[in-house]
Write a protein that binds this ligand. Structure first.
Ligand code: NAD
Length: 459
């Protein structure tokens, strides 16, 4: 597989693609490494994870540059991502010594629970945030005593491969963390079907997530699914419109819109709709799109020519309100685009027009659709009128309304008067068809362990 630099279309590297037999060999190594890894004393496992975090820190700039070259991320984002990998490893380095069981009062004996590791865990990663999404699965899985096989996305295997090397350098034993690049339908599917893989953490499209869930069912394989989104950014008339409009573009165009949490539907209270649209347009025209290596750049290219074609298919003449700028020439560039609801558009009705498609489907590119709403109840109905439920934002100065709407919107990660979604120490995941289970936060180890109950008679 040729890895292309999305900003230049130049070849960055060529990577071999594993077939099913190679996946079997990798899983076998992971299976053999498991008994020794789970037996490493908690304090020692913690020390090794901290050491891994330190080695990542020592190579942070190298990892960031790899993500820029191989995935087109802006330098600001790529450096943040390398730091996030370090932080997530450090956070879960605290977990092995806190992986407590319980002692439950019973008659005639003592009842205790243990959190047992699962065995081999498969982590299947998408191309949009390659190193961070890999680490959200890897760090808690290793902390809990599992061994891990990562299948990176076809287009972005480079940082995953490097992280596996850095793990070895940090002293994590051979076979405990392996990376196997390959096609989803071949290497990914084999990982899902392999009887020795006890759990799959899958982040990617809802379409593939459903397929994996169906396959995993045959073995009652444990699953965490982080899938698509079509999140709402709800702007009430009483909000700080300056801040709401200034922050709305990057809430969807960050990482060129290739973000599962992108607030790609903006819902605006009708009385301030025109005012907000004007402010938003000015902000979108100011978004700096260009060379990912320039620290002033806010948005880089899309991942590939194929993906750019798909994104472009959502931008028909109907509804285009504002188009920002982007470079010409080589690179998979796409200008940030604002679509506004055509007159008479009903966001709660079934439809088939171009705007309806853009407003309902996950575009995964720098395209945002804006619609007006009448009141709080209408806003909530529109926000929930989707199969997805990952993220969203609520802009209002009324704290009661902020809480009512936050409770009513069916999504896993909401923010009020901000667009933050992901902190490694708080839980992350989706409602409805955006996912199953939660990653990150204080409880992530529960997703990588089984609870075992043991009764000991004292009679
Ligand atoms: P994708 O579903 O096409 O691929 C994801 C991964 O699955 C890749 O590694 C791919 O090779 C593999 N794969 C494909 N077919 C497979 C199969 N049959 N069996 C096993 N593995 C298979 O997704 P993508 O295009 O790489 O990523 C974009 C999608 O990911 C978007 O829908 C986005 O919303 C979603 N995403 C979700 C989150 C979240 O946390 N909820 C985060 C990032 C991305």
């Amino acid at each position: 597989m040729k890895v292309l630099n999305p900003a230049t279309e130049g070849v960055v590297a060529e990577v071999g693609m594993a077939d099913a037999a190679e996946v079997d060999r990798v899983v076998e190594r992971a299976r053999r490494a498991f008994p020794a890894w789970r037996s490493v004393a908690p304090g020692e496992r913690a020390r090794l994870l901290r050491r891994f975090a330190q080695v990542v820190e020592d190579h942070a700039e190298e990892l960031a540059q790899l993500e820029i070259a191989g995935a087109g991320h802006t330098i600001g984002n790529a450096r943040w991502e390398a730091g996030n990998v370090r932080d997530v490893l450090n956070f879960y380095a605290g977990a092995p010594e806190r992986d407590h069981g319980r002692q439950i009062p019973v008659a005639g004996g003592v009842d205790i629970t243990f959190q047992e590791p699962l065995g081999v865990v498969g982590v299947i990663v998408p191309w949009n945030f390659p190193m961070v999404i890999m680490t959200w699965g890897v760090a808690p899985a290793l902390a809990a005593g599992n061994t891990v096989v990562v299948k990176p996305a076809e287009w972005t295997p480079l940082t995953a491969l490097r992280l596996a090397e850095l793990a070895l350098e940090a002293g994590i034993p051979e076979g405990v963390l392996q990376v196997v690049p390959g096609a989803g339908e071949v290497a990914g599917a084999r990982l899902v079907g392999h009887p020795d893989v006890r759990k799959i953490v899958f982040t990617g499209s809802t379409e593939v997530g459903k397929l994996i869930a169906a396959q995993a069912a045959a073995q009652v394989k444990r699953l965490t699914l982080e899938l698509g989104g079509k999140s709402a950014n709800i702007i009430f008339a009483d909000s700080d419109l300056d801040r709401a409009a200034a922050s709305a573009p990057m809430a969807v165009f960050d990482n060129s819109g290739q973000d599962c949490c992108a607030r790609s539907r903006i819902l605006v209270e009708r009385s301030v709709y025109d005012d907000f649209l004007g402010r938003l347009s000015r902000a979108v025209r100011d978004v700096k799109v260009g060379d990912p290596l320039d620290p002033a750049t806010q948005m880089g290219p899309l991942i590939s020519a194929e993906h750019r074609e798909r994104v472009a298919s959502f931008v028909a003449a109907e509804g285009v309100h504002t188009t920002g700028s982007c470079p010409d020439g080589p690179g998979f560039w796409f200008a940030p685009t604002v679509l506004a609801a055509p007159a008479g558009f009903d966001p709660l009705a079934d439809g088939s027009g171009a705007f309806h498609r853009a407003f309902t489907e996950e575009i995964f590119g720098p395209v945002v659709s804006v619609v007006p709403f009448d009141d709080e109840a209408h806003a909530v109905r529109i926000a929930n009128h989707t199969a997805y439920g990952l993220s969203g934002s609520i802009w209002t100065r009324d704290v009661g309304r902020a809480l009512r709407v936050a409770r009513a919107v069916e999504a896993g990660n909401l923010s009020v008067n901000s667009h933050s979604s992901v902190r490694y120490w708080t839980p992350f995941g989706g409602f409805k068809q955006s996912g199953l289970g939660r990653e990150l936060g204080p409880d992530a180890l529960a997703a990588f362990t089984e609870t075992k109950n043991v009764f000991i008679s004292t009679e």
